[in-house]
Design a protein around this ligand. Structure first.
Ligand code: LLP
Length: 421
């Protein structure tokens, strides 16, 4: 459930009519709902109740500090994958003890910053990283708490570009080598082994791959404990999918996911960490755009919007589907017609949807892309020298711009001209 609903024929974000925000900030813009963010965080928190746990929001899904602060204030931890994300989480007021650091290519500098600023744990993904982290930590006179991310060779049955748990993927260490790698970790001076980490992919719509992966983690926990390692924390990654269409079968609920964790891992007495991103923020955000032109093509009509692939790249990159709805609700009985929905960027890949059935629309009309909160604003670029679009956070009847639209000057002034020109 989200808080983007029609009231009196106009799409609202919570209690705010979207045309009001459009008039204030211009289009296109991203709009997030606080109530939806809070609701989704609580669903996970409650799903794990009774077990010692921490929900570490995956910052990569939507990293605006206002979003991080909203979640952090509820007690959320954060999963970061770069020095930049670490800095954002800290700036948003999340204490280092609640931040976990994931990613296959952490640099020595990133390790140093996190060790000095405070960190809950590093999720280490390779032997060379293990050695580098030990060296950096020892150099600072510190001991880095670590888990090792294991690759369980499980097919997450999701889009190939976002599956991470098969042996051909770059992530984690093969689970068959885990004992040897943990033994090495225990022998290094700058590290303290605290647990195991696994993350098999994103937008999972079935619990079976989670069950397979968590089962392997349960077995490994016993084996590593028998080897003398104090495995007390299990980081299970993120990945639970969201409904992108109303018609498509709904993915499992956080309660079912929580019950699975309890069933497969509960007896081990470990602290459970999860790293959900998409489910917390995906349906808590929309992208609002205006129609620039309706253009008649050969046997089709193009709806040319002011949003483009640089603002929301998921359709171009993953053939992702986003529901597109008119902000003004069509009168009952209005007949929908097919449109190819496109942006102004100069390549054919800048196509959001083909033959999408929408009510008749005209220049100036507003439309909203649903489920755009996760991996929307964060994956945007300035391609075609299009400024990054504003982000707006709604809370009840209030809204605030949480990232303004830069002016052209701001963009152009980042270039510097060499003196010989
Ligand atoms: N933890 C780790 C280590 C991850 O790599 C990810 C996502 C997550 C947690 C959060 O997964 P989630 O709960 O959001 O599924 N850009 C793609 C998605 C990439 C996901 C990358 N890793 C998209 O737009 O679909």
């Amino acid at each position: 459930m989200d808080h983007f609903l029609y009231r009196d024929g106009v799409l609202h974000a919570e209690d705010v009519p979207l045309p009001e925000i459009a008039a204030a900030v211009g289009t296109p813009f991203y709009c997030y709902s606080t109530a939806t963010l809070v609701r989704h965080y609580r669903l996970f928190d409650e799903a794990l109740s009774g077990m010692d746990h921490l929900v570490c929001y995956a910052v990569k899904a939507a990293s605006n500090q206002a979003i991080l602060r909203t979640l952090g204030a509820l007690g959320a931890g954060m999963d970061v994958v770069s020095g930049g994300e670490y800095a954002r989480a800290i700036a948003a007021g999340v204490p280092g003890e609640r931040i976990v650091f994931s990613g296959v290519g952490k640099t020595a500098e990133e390790m140093r910053v996190a060790l000095q600023g405070g960190i809950r744990q590093f999720n280490v993904e390779s032997e060379p990283e293990l050695r580098a982290l030990s060296e950096v930590a020892a150099g600072l006179g510190k001991v880095a708490p670590i888990t090792i991310r294991v690759n369980p060779d499980v097919d997450a049955m999701t889009h190939a570009k976002i599956a991470t748990g098969k042996s051909e993927n770059k992530f984690g260490i093969p689970i068959a080598r885990a004992r040897a790698v943990y033994a090495e970790a225990a022998s290094l001076p700058g590290l303290e082994v605290v647990g195991i980490d696994v993350h098999i992919g994103s937008q999972l719509t079935d619990l079976a791959p989670f069950r397979a992966a968590f089962g392997k983690v349960a077995e490994l926990t016993e084996v590593l404990r028998a080897d003398g390692h104090d495995i007390r924390r299990l980081d299970l990654g993120g990945g639970l999918g969201i409904p992108y269409t109303r018609s498509n079968g709904a993915p499992p609920l956080p309660t079912e996911y929580g019950a699975l964790i309890r069933e497969v891992l509960g007896h081990l007495g470990c602290e459970i960490e999860i790293e959900p991103g998409r489910l917390i923020v995906g349906n808590a955000g929309i992208l609002v755009s205006s129609v620039i032109y309706v253009k008649q093509g050969e046997g089709r009509d193009f709806l040319i919007l002011d949003a483009a692939m640089n603002d929301l790249v998921r359709p171009a990159m993953y053939d992702a589907h986003h529901d597109i709805v008119p902000v003004v609700e069509p009168a009952p009985g209005t007949e929908a017609r097919p449109y190819d929905v496109v942006g102004p960027v100069c390549e054919t890949g800048d196509t959001f949807a083909r033959a999408r059935h929408l009510p008749p629309l005209a220049a100036g009309d507003l439309v909203a892309f649903r489920s755009a909160g996760a991996y929307g604003a964060v994956m945007a670029s300035e391609y075609n020298t299009r400024p990054l679009i504003p982000e707006v956070l709604v809370n009840g009847r209030d809204f605030a711009v949480i990232r303004p639209r830069p002016g052209f000057d701001e963009m152009l002034n980042r270039d510097t001209i060499p003196e010989w020109l």
